[in-house]
Structure formats: C-alpha cells, structure tokens
Design a binder for this molecule. Structure first.
Ligand code: DHB
Length: 382
C-alpha cells in the first residue's frame, strides 16, 4: 500500500519481501475493510475487483444467551458500512498495480539488515537471486510485521514497549460452504467466544476462542464443527458444514512500540503495533499509518517541509491507541475469561452486551469504531 501511495506521489521506492510471490498472495488473514480503507483502495485505482467481489455489510449480529441482536451500522453512522474482502485479495490487487507501474518489488529477499539509521543515508543489505546487495536510501519504512528485522535494528532503549498477552487464542478455519448468515456474528457463550465471517458466497470463515498455546492436533474437523455448533446455537438457525480448507491458531495479543520513528526509519503496521483480532482492525490500522507516512514524505520531498514527517508518530499513535482501546473492549466483552471461577465476569459481560444492544448510545459507540469514523489523518472523529 505504501509503495502504491509513493508511486502516485512520484517517489521512487523498492519493496523487499522475504516470502515468495505465491505465498503472500495465498496467506489468509482477516478480511474486514473499514469504509475509509475501502474508499482509499478505490481512490488509488486498486478498488475495481473489490467493488465487484467484495461484500458490503451494513451491520453485524451480537449473539448471546441463544439470541441474536443486530447492530445497524448504516442507521447509527449515517450510511457507512464495511467491505468483506480478504487481505490476500487486497495484496493481489496491489501487487498487480505495482507491476503495472513498473515499481521495484523483490520477492525472496534474504538476510535483510538495516544500517545507518541515525545517518542521512541509511541502507538495507540483503541477498537476492544469489547476490549480496545494498540499497542506499533516504528513508526506510519498516513494514515488516511483528517478527520483522527492522524494529530490532534500532539501538537499545530507542523504543518503549507496551504489551498484553491474553490467556486465550483463536482457532480459525476457512470452509467451502455457503455462509450461514448474511452478516458477521460475534458470539459470546459460556464455552467461549465464536465468530462467523465469510469470504464469498461459497466460503465461510469461522473462529473460536481456544486456550493460549493450544495444539491444532487436538482439533480434528469434527470437534471444531461440534464446538462451533454448541456456541452458535440459536433456535431456528443452523450452521452449515463443509470441507475445511484452512486451519490455523492465532495468538491474541496487544503490543505498541513508541515512538513509531527513529532517525530515518519509520515503523508502520504490525512492526510497531498489534491489536487483538476482535474487530479486525490490524489491516485498517496499517493502511492508516502508511497513508499518513506517504503524505508526510511527499510534502518533505516536494517542499523540504519536514513538520508532518516529524509528527508522523504522534499523529498515528492517537489512532493506534483508539483502536487498541476498541479492540480490547470488544475482546474483553466477548471472550470467556479463563480465571472467571464463579462466573462473575460472565454475568458482567452479559449485562454489558445487553447494554450495547439496548442503548442507542452504546450501540453507536460500537458502530462508529467498527466502521472507522475517524479521519484518516487524525485521531479525532470527522
Ligand atoms: C474476520 C476477522 C476478525 O478478526 C473479525 O473481527 C471479523 C472478521 C475475518 O477474518 O473475516
């Protein structure tokens, strides 16, 4: 995304990708685009397939106590909604656009290391196609994820880390079966959280809360379907089963590193913050980061005005913490707390859910944050 934005500003960039082309186009991740993210893809000329194949949703269901309650985004946010379109589809569209524009994109870049970050000419060394190479640049954008190499290249103490680990994870599947509902279902149950999502009219995406460090081996297909059925149980509703074509266990964690810049390195997306998955904010947050970064770089290169670039970290962190708040709010409202011995927490959660479903103000808070009402360049509501 950053590469595309820089292309449009006429700024040359090279993208180093550790994985191969097929891998990044097939890697299944979340698939909920906030209104602002979907709009941006359209504005930068990569939204055509998304408009054709993406599923626009104007609400979600909260399910608890065997009943469903719809949160109507359009009504609560002045007509806004979300687009369900897989992250790997966004990646495919961006790669195609990059190729068409002739921008450099090197797959299978190995042993990448960053140097001279405190100088005016930082560099990246790496191996590609059997050759050792060095890239001298004006700026390094660290968009290399939580396990990337850039963050670790910073001097000790350069970043302050904030972290939360949760005592549970998510087990996710992709199944070849029509979705059992037109909209997403966030389900709270004494046995744990479950989520019904989708990728297309033929593909259903489902998640269930499991223990942290759970082993996939312990979850044969039959057990997954039975557990999902128990949690989603609601009179007159049936969960369709089909062949499972993807199975994964994802950790649930929160992480923020501050500031999001050091010298000539600017950190974005999962390289500098992780939100718990409830609410699907990770991709949207990463897109928002690089939008701010691209605009700030464009200003600096064009006019020499470095003020927006100097403000990059502060500008982004306001939004990062807003999303961190929303994601942890959704997570704590919906998941079974493993240390809830007498069921006190579960009862408070039920009361909280009833509040969200009966108070227009509470429902609006959820809807606004879910569709993403903040202006992309600010942390405050539009
Ligand atoms: C999906 C993932 C999420 O984390 C979420 O909150 C909603 C949907 C998904 O993969 O479809």
């Amino acid at each position: 995304m950053l590469g595309r934005l820089l292309d449009l500003h006429g700024i040359e960039s090279v993208i180093l990708e550790a994985r191969d082309h097929a891998y990044v186009e097939q890697r299944v991740r979340a698939g909920v685009l906030e209104q602002g993210t979907a709009d941006l893809l359209g504005e930068i000329g990569v939204g055509e397939r998304m408009r054709r194949e993406g599923l626009v949703h104007h609400g979600v269901e909260l399910r608890f106590g065997g009943r469903g309650h719809r949160i109507a985004f359009d009504e609560l946010t002045g007509g806004r909604g979300i687009t369900v379109y897989g992250q790997q589809e966004v990646v495919k569209d961006l790669i195609a656009a990059r190729r068409e524009a002739g921008g450099e994109l090197l797959f299978e870049a190995e042993a990448v290391s960053a140097h001279g970050i405190d100088s005016e000419r930082p560099s990246l060394r790496f191996r590609h196609g059997g050759r050792e190479r060095e890239l001298r640049c004006d700026v390094i954008a660290a968009c290399d994820g939580f396990h990337g190499v850039c963050r670790d290249a910073l001097p000790p103490g350069a970043l302050r880390l904030y972290e939360r680990d949760y005592a549970f994870g998510w087990l996710g599947i992709l199944a070849r079966v029509a979705p059992s509902s037109d909209e997403l279902i966030y389900c709270h149950h004494d046995r744990g959280f479950a989520l019904h999502s989708m990728r297309s009219p033929e593909l259903t995406r489902l998640y269930l809360q499991c223990d942290a460090g759970e082993d996939l081996e312990a979850w044969p297909d039959e057990r997954i379907w039975d557990e999902l059925e128990l949690r989603f149980a609601r009179e007159g509703w049936e969960l369709g089963r089909g062949p499972i074509i993807e199975k994964l266990i994802a950790p649930v964690r929160s992480f923020v590193a501050e500031p999001m810049q050091h010298g000539r390195m600017f950190l974005a997306g999962d390289a500098v913050h992780i939100v718990p998955p409830t609410g699907a904010k990770g991709l949207n947050l990463a897109v928002a980061d690089v939008r701010v970064l691209a605009d700030a770089l464009a200003r600096w290169f064009a006019t020499g005005d470095g003020a927006p670039l100097a403000a990059y970290s502060d500008t982004c962190l306001r939004r990062v913490w807003r999303k961190q708040y929303f994601s942890s709010w959704m997570t704590s409202m919906l998941h079974r707390q493993p240390d809830d011995r007498d069921g006190f927490q579960a009862r408070v959660q039920r009361a909280q859910l009833e509040n969200v479903c009966s108070s227009r103000a509470a429902a609006t808070m959820l809807a606004e944050n879910y569709v993403g009402l903040e202006r992309p360049d600010q942390g405050t509501p539009a």
